[in-house]
Write a protein that binds this ligand. Structure first.
Ligand SMILES: C[S@@+](CC[C@H](N)C(=O)[O-])C[C@H]1O[C@@H](n2cnc3c(N)ncnc32)[C@H](O)[C@@H]1O
Length: 390
């Protein structure tokens, strides 16, 4: 090496670390760094963790791992993942490990975080489903709202996963059951119609409280009704409870029920159609029969209910949560007597509404055509019901 080359090499070796140190310092001093760090710890990581937990709970992976640690192959078999997709399953599970929700030991995945352990408990299924509802439906409306205004897109019932909503609704179970306990006759024969039955859990509660109760459980959504029918069979209630797809607005039945229940679904009806829907419910009651309607109301709401309202504002069906006074007035307008609204827990937005039908024939006006493409009710047939019966 000549003297000149030697000098150049020495100069480069001294300058290179200096340049690297300088560029590192410049990167570290980027003013966006603290913002990104704050965002990722305060907002992004919890969101990733929540999304992982919701899908791990919904897919049954948390439940499997609660029984015992499992290797990739047994989880793949449980989830029926084909051989070629197993590396993808591993990538998802390993992300759960990186997020701190799962751990690994001796080649097996196991539950690690307290949240993962809690959501794995069968008794917390409604909480896990609520998390999934928030991520699948609440987050998108917050994200999409401005774009939906420019494109004119609206959510439809098909945008909801009815079976997730049916499970998440059970987060209100204690309050709905308390309301049912106050209303239900536990001794005599009772014919119950449950509208929008979801999982069917409340029909089960009623049937267990009164062994002489028979019921018709209907839900607008085919898959929800099918799941409820499976549940009734599994609960040994198929001989007392008929479960089927049905729409309150078009149910063509005799006024035969002692009790009609609507839990957590009055906001599936647009505000201007609620009186009509309530009239339909009254038309199905035998004289002296009662309605029990439970729902969260706008008064005393919380962020979750605000976003639920927002979702329905961007949907082509349904409407906002009711205000207690308005719903009471709508029940009276629909012909119910002795209408009462009860707040089950002080300060909470959840209320039970009851009303009685005196058997006066319902004289309906036609239901405005629904925007969801599901029901197209013409003049209500309540005043002259057909012979179809339970
Ligand atoms: C939020 S979920 C509540 C399910 C259940 N009642 C509960 O509280 O767990 C509302 C349910 O009402 C059903 N629903 C909405 N409109 C209906 C209608 N017009 N007739 C029958 N069911 C309806 C929906 O399909 C959905 O399953």
């Amino acid at each position: 090496m000549d003297l000149l080359s030697l000098a150049r090499t020495v100069k480069h070796r001294v300058e290179a670390p200096l340049t690297e140190a300088l560029s590192l310092a410049r990167i570290a001093a980027d003013p966006r760094n603290p913002v990104l760090l704050t965002l990722s710890t305060a907002l992004v990581n919890p969101l990733y963790r929540a999304a992982f937990l919701a899908s791990a709970a919904g897919s049954g992976v948390l439940g499997c791992l609660a029984v015992r640690p499992c290797d990739l192959e047994s989880l793949a078999e449980y989830l029926e993942v084909p051989q070629e997709d197993r590396p993808r399953l591993r990538a998802w599970l390993d992300t759960g490990v990186r997020l701190g929700e799962l751990g690994t030991r001796e080649g097996c995945y196991r539950l690690r975080s307290p949240a993962a352990r809690l959501l794995a408990l069968p008794g917390n299924d409604a909480v896990a489903a609520t998390l999934e509802e928030i991520l699948r439906f609440h987050v998108p409306v917050l994200l999409d709202a401005p774009r939906m205004l420019t494109t004119g897109r609206r959510y439809s019932l098909a945008d909801q996963d009815g079976t997730v909503i049916a499970r998440s609704s059970l987060a209100l179970r204690a309050m709905v059951e308390a309301a049912l306990d106050r209303t239900l006759d536990r001794e005599g024969p009772v014919r119950l119609l449950e509208v929008g039955c979801g999982t069917g859990a409340y029909v089960r509660h009623a049937a267990e409280a009164n062994p002489r109760l028979t019921a018709l459980a209907v839900d607008l959504q085919e898959d929800v009704a099918a799941r409820a029918a499976d549940n009734m069979a599994a609960w040994g209630l198929a001989d007392r409870v008929e479960t089927r797809q049905g729409d309150l607005r078009t149910l063509d039945l005799q006024p035969q029920f002692d009790l009609v229940t609507l839990h957590n679904n009055i906001y599936y009806f647009p505000e201007e159609e609620r009186v009509q829907a309530l009239r339909r419910a009254r038309a199905l009651l035998a004289p002296g029969g009662r309605l029990l309607l439970t729902t969260s109301c706008r008064e005393g709401g919380n962020a979750g209910l605000d976003v639920l309202n927002l979702w329905f504002t961007y949907a082509d069906f349904g409407g906002p949560l009711p205000r207690a006074e308005e719903l009471t007035a709508q029940l009276e307008e629909a012909g119910f007597t002795d209408v009462r609204a009860t707040r089950l827990v002080p300060g909470q937005p959840f209320r039970a509404f009851t009303g009685t039908s005196d058997g006066t024939p319902v004289t309906d006006t036609p239901v405005t055509e629904a925007a969801d493409g599901i029901s197209r009710t013409t003049a209500a047939r309540a005043a002259a019901p057909s012979a179809q019966s339970l």
